[in-house]
Design a protein around this ligand. Structure first.
Ligand code: SF4
Length: 221
């Protein structure tokens, strides 16, 4: 991986898209409000401090001195979702855990982002179709960046976070501010996990089956 320098931090800021007079070059920065705003945001993304399984160990290594998340302005891991910009889902998402993940996601302020770190968070991984495992966190919350691997290395996580920075750079101030808060109903854990958004489908299926059984005389009333 190439070493990031202090100069890289200003990359993308001073590219206004029109000529700057020579006498001014190097003395002042000419830029757009969008670039300035996104430059600040992309260099200060605060991740939420939580981990789910083995991938979390790699995430911890990424934050430590060797890989140093601070170079990306991401060292401030927040223990509260209300102060976090990005949720790094690092590990196996179980059916017991997904209602809590959705609740934490709902509690994060806008603009918010989700990174699915590793095979488990992206699609169930080695436990896919397991009785207690969700086949990807994107079944319940929107994911911005997927990072493959089991587990992904710290370099892979850093690459994924740089991709997130690129995504943030392309957003416009207007779109970010006009985003509407969308509440995602928390899944309910019963005999199996149920998504409240599927209730109309479940009701339709149940009524169809009931009518079939009534037709066969297996159920009365
Ligand atoms: S992807 Fe692999 S390393 Fe990561 S949580 Fe799943 S099993 Fe563990």
């Amino acid at each position: 991986m190439t070493q990031r320098t202090g100069r890289d931090r200003y990359e993308g800021l001073q590219v206004p898209g029109y000529d700057i007079p020579d006498e001014v070059k190097g003395n002042v920065i000419v830029t757009t409000l969008n670039r300035l705003y996104n430059w600040g945001r992309r260099n200060s993304i605060w991740p939420m401090m939580f981990g789910l399984a083995c991938c979390a160990i790699e995430m911890i290594a990424t934050a430590a001195s060797r890989y140093d998340l601070a170079r990306f302005g991401m060292e401030v891991m927040r223990p509260s979702p209300r102060q976090a910009d990005v949720m790094i889902v690092s590990g196996t998402v179980t059916k017991r855990m997904i209602p809590l993940i959705v609740r934490l996601y709902n509690q994060m302020p806008l603009p918010k982002y989700v990174v699915a770190m590793g095979a488990c968070a992206s699609g169930g991984g080695p436990f896919k179709e397991g009785y207690n495992v969700v086949s990807g966190v994107d079944k319940y919350i929107p994911v911005d960046v997927y990072i493959p691997g089991c587990p992904p290395t710290p370099e892979a996580l850093l690459f994924g976070l740089m991709k997130l920075q690129q995504k943030i750079e392309k957003q416009s101030l207007k779109d970010v501010y006009l985003q509407k808060e969308e509440y995602i109903p928390e899944p309910i854990l019963g005999p199996d996990i149920m998504d409240p958004r599927d209730f109309p489908l479940i009701r339709e299926y149940t009524m169809k089956k009931l009518q079939e059984m009534q037709g066969q005389g297996a159920v009365s009333g």
